[in-house]
Design a protein around this ligand. Structure first.
Ligand code: G16
Length: 543
């Protein structure tokens, strides 16, 4: 088999965002686009000669073709071995686990996460490091720089590898090891959680609905929940991964997982509901008649993690992204452990996890995880909830209400304005940023501004600095609003407005969330005028 060196030219815009390079599928399929980015990635990490990589994706349209191209490029670049999920399928947390388990040098995950798939949808490529976590900013910047100067890429002149046949095969001089995408991940979950106790819960009639949204988690959830834990057949809905996710938008939030929400709020709701996203790293948790916000979920998991075998020794610390509510900080303070506030993006948790400073991490964007891998992990969060439910023998509502009366309640919501004209999104941010220095002391909608800044972060482990991570306006009493531009959208600009208000209790703990936040919603419009300037009547998505 011949190694071909193909001449190419830089393609503009290959700049990884919050989580890898995400673009329209058709752009990724265009001439040299994928190849340029993969060769740039290989070059930026010092080449892959002699290295071992993990490869897989969420099964969206172009996943299988892209995987074959990457295999041929890895072989041509001298990689020793690629471990790949059968059918080129791996959830993001399963890929992270495989990198760590096999001591691989890194991995490539094909996914645009919660973004819709299909030929007219989105595609994405993420590079993960040897610790199993997303490449840090220094590496993604180096990849981007390389895309701007690339002149050629290397690819093997070979046919397709047989990705359905489990076991080793050779592609040129490189070994391709096809593995069951679920087995190692499921074994890890069995080590972390009390499966006999959870089996007993289901045997006692506990009912659950898990919406896999036609994305990658289906096979994982069916194996673990139905086969190993004995949940009733059919517990996993939309369990077959489809290239276009069956037309669904695989984003587990109340807007896009509306089928699950309707069931959980209905008269014959099961005891517990959950959903996950395209690549299986996000989760949404719902009880009968009660939605659990991701920020609250992180706090409840932190307060109860010791009930699961894998966390019985206690937590070292808890980390959350800046826009995530401070509910988890209150738990950390009570437990006497450290809490950390990082910029948005799972990559910022990596150093804290590696250094043993944090055990649990979470984000308002439906991401929760722990030091068992270096990605957020949707099914893991659902299983930790199940383990807690099996131990406490209370309903989700009872657990939430007990949590709020113990810690107070951080009312929280995110309002998304999607696909705005890019210049409008930038102008809204620029104008508010310019006003920040003058805001402290001003009274907006009856609330006095205490501080206002553009969040910047210095990593306490490696000292790397990240500026411009979101505009914060904090009011007396701790209520706050945060505004930032999404780094994962592929169309125009998406503005995210995060709203938070703390109520200590015991009164006022059962208010409607949007009503509790109404003064902040008005203050945001007074300060940033998103509705007035965009002509929109309200946000596209409320979580
Ligand atoms: C990614 C990142 C998360 C981030 C989320 C939203 O999640 O891994 O850390 O919170 O995007 O980012 P943004 O607000 O910039 O759109 P995923 O599940 O899409 O990989």
């Amino acid at each position: 088999m011949e190694t071909l060196t193909v001449e190419t030219r830089p393609i503009a815009g290959q700049k990884p965002g919050t989580s890898g390079l995400r673009k329209k599928t058709t752009l990724f399929m265009s001439r040299h686009y994928l190849e340029n980015f993969i060769q740039s990635t290989f070059d930026a990490i010092g080449g892959v000669a002699g290295k071992c990589l993990v490869l897989g994706g969420d099964g969206r349209y172009f996943n299988d073709r892209a995987a074959q191209v990457i295999l041929r490029m890895a072989a041509a670049n001298g990689a020793a071995r690629v471990i790949i999920g059968q059918g080129a399928i791996l959830s993001t947390p399963a890929a992270s686990h495989l990198i760590r388990l096999n001591g691989a040098d890194g991995g490539i995950i094909l996914s645009a996460s919660h973004n819709p798939g299909g030929r007219d949808g989105d595609f994405g490529v993420k590079f993960n490091m040897a610790n199993g976590g997303p490449a840090p900013e220094a590496v993604t910047a180096a990849i981007h720089a390389r895309t701007e100067e690339i002149t050629s890429y290397r690819i093997l002149g070979a046919g397709d590898a047989d990705l359905m046949r489990i076991g080793p095969q050779m592609l040129g001089k490189m070994e391709v090891l096809v593995v069951d995408p679920v087995a190692d991940y499921a074994a890890l979950m069995e080590r972390l959680f009390d499966f006999p106790k959870m089996r007993a819960l289901f045997a006692g009639g506990f009912r659950m609905r898990f919406d896999a949204m036609c994305a990658v988690t289906g096979p994982y959830a069916a194996e673990i929940l139905e086969n190993r834990l004995g949940a009733a057949p059919g517990t996993v809905a939309h369990g077959a991964p489809l290239p276009d996710f069956g037309g669904m938008h695989p984003d587990p939030n109340p807007t896009w997982a509306h089928e699950l929400m309707a069931e959980m709020m209905g008269p014959s709701a099961p005891d517990f509901g959950a959903a996950s996203d395209g690549d299986g790293d996000r989760n949404m948790v719902v009880g009968r008649g009660i939605y659990v916000s991701p920020s609250d979920s992180l706090a409840v998991l932190a307060a109860n993690a010791h009930l699961a075998p894998g966390y019985r020794a206690g937590l070292k610390g808890v980390a959350r992204s800046m826009p995530t509510s401070a509910a988890a900080d209150r738990v950390a303070a009570r437990l006497g452990i450290a809490s950390y506030e990082t910029p948005t993006g799972w990559k910022f948790f990596g150093t804290l996890l590696d250094a043993g400073r944090a055990t649990l991490c979470g984000e308002e964007s439906f991401g929760t995880g722990s030091d068992h891998v270096r990605e957020k992990d949707g099914l893991w969060a659902v299983l930790l909830w199940l383990n807690i439910l099996a131990e406490r023998k209370e309903t989700v509502r009872e657990i939430m209400e007990a949590h709020w009366s113990a810690f107070g309640r951080n009312y929280y919501s995110r309002h998304d304005y999607e696909a705005l004209p890019a210049d409008l999104g930038a102008a809204v941010m620029d104008d508010l940023r310019a006003r920040l220095p003058g805001l402290p002391g001003q009274v907006v909608e009856g609330m006095r501004v205490e501080t206002a800044d553009d969040f910047s972060y210095v990593d306490p482990v490696d000292g790397s600095a990240s500026a411009g991570q979101g505009l914060r306006v904090v009011f007396a009493g701790g209520s706050r609003l945060v505004l930032r531009l999404s780094g994962t959208g592929t169309e125009g600009a998406t503005l995210r407005l995060y709203l938070e208000r703390y109520v200590a209790g015991p009164e006022g703990l059962d208010q409607d969330v949007q009503e509790a936040l109404a003064p902040l919603i008005r203050a945001a419009e007074t300060l940033a005028a998103i509705r007035a300037r965009s002509g929109r009547t309200g946000p596209d998505v409320i979580t």
